[in-house]
Design a binder for this molecule. Structure first.
Ligand SMILES: [Zn+2]
Length: 89
């Protein structure tokens, strides 16, 4: 799996890259589920627990995060709810 990037060994390399990111990690250590939302802030779809653990403080579902990052084109006209289910299950 590729979900181990948040382990302590990798954190040190992240400190210089982004102070705000480090602050978020410190906060997450005190309260692992502190700022994570159970439902997406954009579309209110449920966010899987595994995703919330991997991304402490996560506020967007996979679809909304991908659209924000610009990795995927917005799929207007396609049933996003259906495609999302195929990703999560
Ligand atoms: Zn969403």
């Amino acid at each position: 799996m590729a979900g181990c990037w948040a382990r302590d060994g990798a954190v040190n390399e992240q400190i210089e890259a982004s102070i705000s990111d480090e602050l978020a990690r410190m906060k997450a250590r005190r309260a692992p589920t502190g700022d994570s939302l159970t439902h997406c802030a954009e579309c209110e779809e449920p966010i899987p627990e595994a995703r919330r653990e991997a991304l402490p403080g996560v506020k967007l579902c996979i679809d909304c995060m991908q659209e924000r990052d610009g990795r995927f084109e917005v799929r207007g006209g396609i049933n996003r709810r259906g495609s999302k289910d195929s990703q999560l299950r």
